[in-house]
Design a protein around this ligand. Structure first.
Ligand SMILES: Cc1ncc(CN)c(N)n1
Length: 232
């Protein structure tokens, strides 16, 4: 299985449309990447029943995310015009196999029986949104922007739980390393650079759609954290 932690090449950060949009929508971006649930992991006050809720719901989310990434992969092969896009997305897709195995191990560790878990409203709505994005009507630049945002929120959030001064409980650092490691950060940067390259040549309609989709992803991420914090 491809290991994102060791295989990513260092990519330079470029400033483009996405950073402009993140500045413009900074309050929802901060709400998604510094949510109270994430901050509670970092400061050690996390309610473990919330963590268990997140674990079960995210397992279901990731199973729905696999076909979404597979769709991105097909489109990278057909529509991108850059052969390296496919490798970047393929690396992400391959790592989802490990991610599902990791969830199963965590499920046993935390006594979360995934077979009995029903997706909550925020999860269902997020997955419906992903399904809509898989339509062939949605432009490659738009789906790439969404793909980047989905991955980047987890990267930023969990990296925050590992930054200096954290009191993240030892039993939760595995989750934080899964998305907070440098390889995942570089992979997110590769996806961002693909999205930026596509946005450079996009029409104003496509740019408006990509901006809207970016904000919608952030809203879904906030709702997902909120749902997790609700516990049960
Ligand atoms: C809700 C959510 N968003 C993003 C990711 C990162 N793939 C995730 N696992 N779950």
């Amino acid at each position: 299985m491809k290991n994102l932690e060791t295989s990513s090449m260092e990519e330079p950060e470029k400033t483009g449309m996405i950073d402009t949009w993140l500045d413009k929508h900074s309050s929802i971006y901060t709400a998604a990447t510094r949510h109270a649930f994430v901050v509670s992991i970092r400061d050690g006050s996390v309610d473990l029943s919330s963590f268990r809720t997140w674990l079960g719901q995210d397992y279901l989310f990731v199973r729905g995310f696999v076909p979404f990434v597979a769709n991105v992969l097909i489109r990278a092969g057909k529509e991108s015009g850059e052969s390296s896009d496919m490798e970047v997305v393929l690396g992400g897709l391959a790592s989802l196999y490990d991610e599902i195995e990791w969830f199963k191990r965590e499920g046993s560790k935390w006594n979360v029986d995934f077979s009995t878990i029903v997706p909550q409203k925020a999860n269902q709505e997020y997955r419906r949104f992903l399904e809509a994005l898989m339509s062939s009507e949605v432009k490659y630049a738009v789906i790439m922007t969404a793909f980047w945002a989905i991955e980047a929120v987890y990267q930023e959030s969990f990296a925050h739980c590992l930054e200096d001064g954290n009191k993240t409980p030892a039993e939760l650092t595995g989750a934080c390393h899964r998305w907070g490691n440098d390889g995942f950060k570089q992979y997110c940067l590769s996806v961002k650079n693909i999205a930026e390259r596509c946005l450079e040549n996009a029409s104003s309609e496509v740019l408006a759609e990509a901006e809207n989709v970016l904000v919608r992803v952030l809203e879904h991420e906030v709702a997902f954290w909120e749902m997790s914090r609700g516990g049960n």
